[in-house]
Ligand binder design. Structure first.
Ligand code: 4NP
Length: 145
């Protein structure tokens, strides 16, 4: 059974904490966490504009703090979900031999959106567009569990 899900992006201050908050609102009974592949923002709260965009939809992510993805996460989670192909490659490079924990792209769960990654709003500044995509994908993921 898939009950522990980790969302991963680069900084763990925009996309993956948003995905964590959105998914927790859909499936509060599951163990949900997020992490970044980089160490750039360890200990930081989600980026202010991302927090504000989530809050406007009733999702409070202010308590979350960034952490870096670590090899042990492969055994602590049933499913790891990356925001883009670069995140996915960075995580895959750390996979212990013999470990079969599934690693997917979030956009795999909403193929009809025509998106192959979740664009990074830290650069695009489109926090609402990112949340729209994350919400569609999160609903797709929740429906497949
Ligand atoms: P995230 O976005 O990977 O969605 O958290 C980023 C946040 C910060 C940086 C890059 C991406 N940065 O360069 O600090």
């Amino acid at each position: 059974m898939t009950t522990r899900i980790l969302f991963v992006c680069l900084g763990n201050i925009c996309r993956s904490p948003a995905a964590e908050g959105v998914f927790r609102s859909l499936a509060p009974q599951l163990h949900i966490d997020s992490a970044g592949t980089s160490d750039w923002h360890i200990g930081d709260p989600p980026y202010g504009p991302m927090q504000a965009a989530a809050r406007a939809r009733g999702i409070d992510i202010s308590d979350l703090r960034a952490r870096q993805f670590e090899t042990a996460d492969f055994s602590h989670f049933d499913l790891i979900v990356a925001m883009d192909a670069k995140n996915l490659a960075s995580i895959e490079a750390l996979r212990p031999s013999g470990c079969s924990t599934p690693l997917r792209l979030l956009t795999d769960y909403a193929t009809d959106q025509g998106a192959d990654h979740v664009p990074d709003p830290y650069y695009t500044r489109d926090f609402d567009g990112t949340l729209d995509l994350i919400e569609v994908c999160a609903r797709g993921l929740a429906a497949r569990l």
